[in-house]
Design a protein around this ligand. Sequence first.
Ligand SMILES: [Fe+2]
Ligand SMILES: [Fe+2]
Length: 238
Amino acid sequence: MIAFLQRLVWSSTYRRAKLLLRFAEVEADGGHDLVRAAEVTRDPILRKLFLRHASDEAHHAALFRRRGLDLLRSGQAQTAMTAPPWLAPGERGLDDVRIDEQQEEKLLAFLHLSEKAAARDFASYAKVLERDPDTRAVFQMILRDESFHMRYTHQQLIRLEPRRHAQILWRARRSRLWRLYLRLAGGIGALFGAVMLSVQYFVLLPPFALLARRAARSEPEGWRAVADDRARRLTSQY
Ligand SMILES: [Fe+2]
Ligand SMILES: [Fe+2]
């Protein structure tokens, strides 16, 4: 089912272009976060890795932007239907991180799970893009870096927390699932609200509209003369 929806999402060139441009923003944002992480860490190994990671994300942003703009310039017709972010999230698309408030081990766990999700998602997008080999090649190129990010964050977490790394990862996974649930619940709530409003509009309102029309028909048309004594009353308009 998800594969079918993804194929549908990526089938339109215009939608593909918009998605790639959104991914470019997410990658650039992730790169800024990693520069900040490199600034605040006191660990020289992590600083070096975070800077390399930040430069990779900036490169990914440039690749996505270039390909997205190329697709937009190809002059394909616009489509009104856009893809919801939960169906095609970019890297860290469902999460945001506050670098200054995070402990290093928690940040590494967060990054590891985000990179893992990105690697899985990008592999599935590449799979459904057989008709667009250029966009597929962009995903395949980026996928190699994401796999490296996924591995180094895990290795560094084990280095910093040799005994507690599994527990930290489990907690990070739990809070990621919780955020996912909140977003899903919000989406379902919005959908339910739209259905209820449509029902009110198409089922409850028509009888009132008919009654109003019938009442309007029984009213005489044009101006009506008002009796003199009523017209002179200062306490009433009529
Ligand atoms: Fe990336
Ligand atoms: Fe990455």
